[in-house]
Ligand binder design. Structure first.
Ligand SMILES: Nc1ncnc2c1ncn2[C@@H]1O[C@H](COP(=O)(O)OP(=O)(O)OP(=O)(O)O)[C@@H](O)[C@H]1O
Ligand SMILES: [Mg+2]
Length: 426
């Protein structure tokens, strides 16, 4: 039976539902956001994929650095889908680098990810002795979050002792590397070409946590990053990646960094067009764009490459106006969208509990909305001490009203108003 889709207001554009979802694309046929919607990034994929292929038996570590919402996660998803086609083992999940991480902690999670990846791709490999040894360690690390030592009764244990084996965080770094090497050897001798692991979340790290990540990567370099046939992609903001990778020469020398540039406006139009085509109700007719090209381009300018921010603004704006403005459907213009977004985002801002911060943002937004500021210039604008400026700026950044630009050299960090603030203040 053919299922008739539930009517939505997006049908006026010949669209099944909103084309402005903000989540990354995903592999698989059944997902509402298939990777078939992926556009652009040919050069980046060629380089990432080429590095993995070109490594032969060796290990690779590649970092992908990019601003929030620029398309990092989606790029890695596409890379993984391609790697899978190429004969590498990989899975949809990733290993997070956490604030306050430790070498044992990260090593344990990476070992767990490697174990899971092999098992997911080759379910029959569970009986293999390398997998059995890995299982003991992976269980221990997963069941001992918080550094408690776990006693595992009845398992043969590492090194062949019988009865009860105790795995401490220290043991993990003693036995773990051998276990990891055995796993990668096992993959090397199988029909697979290697394994691809994804380390994410460098974006959520503060400066001191990124520094800690740098220390951890250095500590783990030889025992985690350099196993034959093991390929890593490491993802984060430019600053976090730079700090984690470039602080120590030993790490820098083995990591290639790809800086992900924002999409051009033509690529943004292609991204939107792919979504409209995919979501057609009547496939024999083209879908109409809910916004005109100029509106999309101007909004994209405000968001400086942040696709997620742009898509949210489009959804927020079009969602309110859809079906209201014209007798027959036509693309909404900037003049129509602008007041709706301004009002919506202004009332969100007004609802913030911190009145003082609203006043500070308003001062910036109403005097020089397009300006680039430093903590020093904001101190002058707000008449505040440096410590107070720093608190205010990090609050406004966390709330999405201010964006820190990637650092250049030793210059002070520069700040600009986010797309949402630009829409509020014009
Ligand atoms: N190459 C692409 N083709 C099509 N859509 C894309 C592409 N890159 C990103 N997108 C879309 O843009 C939005 C943001 O992408 P994504 O979540 O991958 O960015 P990100 O850099 O990982 O963001 P964050 O900083 O939040 O982690 C998503 O809705 C995604 O589907
Ligand atoms: Mg992401």
């Amino acid at each position: 039976m053919v299922q008739r889709p539930i009517p939505t207001s997006w049908n006026v554009y010949n669209l099944l539902r909103s084309p402005f979802f903000q989540q990354p694309l995903e592999s698989g046929e059944q997902t509402p956001r298939p990777l078939s919607l992926f556009v652009g990034r040919e050069a980046e994929l060629k380089r990432l994929r080429g590095t993995i292929h070109g490594a032969g038996e060796n290990a690779t570590v590649q970092a992908i650095a990019g601003a929030p919402g620029v398309g990092k996660t989606t790029l890695v998803k596409e890379l993984k889908a391609l790697a899978l086609e190429d004969g590498y083992l990989t899975t949809d999940s990733y290993v997070a680098i956490l604030p306050n991480d430790t070498p044992e902690g990260l090593f344990g999670r990476v070992l767990g990810a490697l174990y899971d990846t092999i098992l997911a791709n080759r379910p029959q490999s569970g009986d293999n002795s390398a997998m059995a040894d890995a299982k003991v360690l992976v269980r221990a690390t997963r069941l001992t979050s918080g550094g408690i030592t776990l006693t595992i009764p009845g398992i043969g244990g590492i090194g062949g002792t019988h009865g009860t084996s105790v795995v401490t965080p220290k043991d993990l770094l003693i036995d773990g590397p051998r276990v990891m090497r055995d796993l990668t050897r096992m993959v090397q001798t199988s029909d697979a070409r290697g394994t691809l692991l994804h380390l994410n979340n460098l974006e959520n790290l503060s400066e001191s946590d990124a520094m800690r990540a740098a220390e951890i990567l250095r500590a783990l370099r030889d025992i985690m990053l350099l196993h034959n046939g093991l390929h890593y992609v490491l993802v984060g903001t430019a600053d976090a990646v730079n700090m984690a990778v470039n602080t120590h020469a030993q790490v820098r020398s083995i990591v290639g960094t790809l800086v992900l540039a924002p999409f051009t406006i033509d690529e943004v139009h292609a991204l939107l067009r792919a979504r409209y085509d995919h979501l057609r109700v009547d496939p024999t007719r083209p879908a109409m764009s809910p916004v005109d090209a100029n509106a999309a381009a101007t909004l994209y300018d405000f968001f400086r490459g942040d696709l997620r921010g742009l898509l949210k603004a489009l959804e927020d704006g079009v969602g309110v106006l859809i079906g209201l403005d014209h007798a027959t459907a036509q693309p909404l213009t900037l003049d129509e969208l602008r007041p709706v977004l301004q009002q919506g985002y202004a009332s969100e801002l007004a609802a913030l509990p911190e009145q003082k911060r609203i006043a500070q943002l308003t001062k910036w937004g109403t005097t020089a909305p397009a300006s680039v500021q430093t903590q020093k210039s904001l101190g002058t604008l707000w008449q505040l001490s440096q410590g107070a400026v720093s608190t205010a700026v990090s609050y406004l950044t966390r709330q999405g009203y201010v964006v820190a630009l990637p650092r250049t050299g030793t210059n002070p960090i520069q700040y600009v108003l986010s797309g949402v603030s630009r829409l509020i203040f014009g």
